[in-house]
Design a protein around this ligand. Structure first.
Ligand code: C5P
Length: 379
């Protein structure tokens, strides 16, 4: 059973003061991007992780691996372990750089949860999966959800965001990684050093202008609104990030930001052609290890087609987390009819599907909607 799972960048990351439990209250806007890891799980004698691909050597392969922890936690939560069939070989094909601020480890944990749930027929509901995910790490629930969403609390309380448009990004990967706890600690130190000169951080607030920009679908409006409270801390630990950010701005990036706790820098481009030019310029400027062009997954879903009682391939599920199906990039909200049509175009085995016969689309909230209802919502 294979699940494919995207990396994320944070379009806003507002960090509050440290809490008694060592975490920080956040308001963040997660944005999944088209850079994927793939996780395959198979029954095995004992749980084991095998990592291939970029950075494979720096991923822990033992039981501390987040994907392994996720599999063990799900077995426990779903009671699968007691039936003695929960050991799995977990193969992770990594494309998301490690310790890069892109939540690659969290992505692998989310993929392992989804894949194991299917492999074992454990039947854990999305809500149950989210609860297990939140125990594994603050970013894991978002990796289950995908798309673009507002995160609160530690980042684990999620609300899907209404987004239109296509956002083209260049990711510039740094040399080496940054440890998330160390970046949060540096943020606290920088703030403490400023105490008396600047106001102490209040509770983090969602940037409503940024949310409006996401609804407008205009990258030029979104670019200047990107913000990350961890950026000064990441730059203080790796000062050359400043040059990378400046190089992107010089080459016309609409926005330039450290992703999460870094060191990856994310640059918003005007369009696909600009993203390619920007990637070439950044690679040539010698400010990063390597670059990738990606698009924002404003909505990620998997599509499955089923036959109805009469044998017609008439029932379509847009299932955000069915592994092995085809992930799509789509706009949500006002673009729901487009979403349905795009989903149909992406069907892995169309098999005589008459697009007009499609009856139902299942959305993130698991409500089933008739297409006519979808049209009404959009009108
Ligand atoms: O939740 P996760 O294990 O991914 O977090 C890693 C570390 O990042 C935490 O141990 C903590 O130091 C820091 N963190 C934080 N506040 C958050 C999320 C993470 O301080 N909201």
């Amino acid at each position: 059973m294979t699940a494919r799972v995207p990396a994320k960048v944070n379009l806003q990351l507002a960090v509050g003061p440290p809490r008694a439990d060592g975490y920080h209250d956040l308001v963040t806007v997660f944005h999944a991007v088209s850079l994927f890891d793939e996780v395959t799980v198979r029954p095995a004698e004992r749980t084991k992780v095998v990592v291939t691909g970029a950075d494979a050597g720096s991923v822990p392969a033992g039981r501390t691996n987040l994907a392994a922890r996720a599999a063990v936690a799900l077995a426990k939560a779903a009671g699968t372990g007691r039936r003695g069939k929960s050991a799995v070989l977990i193969e992770i094909r990594k494309r998301i750089p490690v310790a890069a601020g892109l939540a690659g480890g969290s992505a692998d944990a989310a993929a392992a949860l989804v894949a194991c749930n299917e492999l074992w027929g454990a039947g854990a509901s999305p809500r149950e999966l989210r609860a297990v995910a939140a125990d594994i790490g603050s970013d894991v629930p978002f990796a289950l959800l995908g798309g673009t969403a507002v995160g609160q609390g530690r980042g684990e309380q999620l609300t899907p965001a209404l987004v239109t448009g296509v956002y083209h990004w260049v990711l510039a990967f740094g040399v080496g990684g940054l440890s998330t706890p160390e970046v949060y600690a540096a943020c606290d130190r920088l703030r403490a050093a400023r105490a008396g000169q600047a106001d102490p951080p209040g509770p983090p607030q969602l940037d409503t202008a940024l949310m409006a920009a996401l609804r407008s679908g205009e990258p030029a409006v979104l670019g200047p609104l990107l913000s990350n409270d961890l950026q000064p801390a990441a730059v203080s630990l790796l000062p050359r990030l400043r040059q990378a950010l400046a190089a992107g701005r010089e080459h016309g990036a609409l926005g330039a930001i450290v992703s999460g706790s870094g060191p990856t820098c994310a640059f918003l481009a005007r369009d696909g052609a600009h993203a390619r030019d920007l990637a070439v310029a950044l690679a040539g400027a010698g400010v990063c290890r390597t670059v990738a062009t990606v698009t924002g997954l404003t909505y990620i879903a998997n599509v499955q087609c089923r036959r109805d009682a009469a044998g017609r391939a008439a029932l379509l599920e847009v299932n955000p987390r069915a592994p092995g199906a085809l992930p799509l990039t789509m706009a949500s909200g006002v673009n729901m009819p487009r979403l349905a049509l795009d989903a149909l175009r992406g069907l892995p085995v169309p098999d005589h599907v008459d697009f007009r016969e499609v009856a139902m689309v299942r959305f993130l909230d698991e409500r089933f909607m008739d297409l006519s209802e979808v049209q009404k919502v959009a009108a």
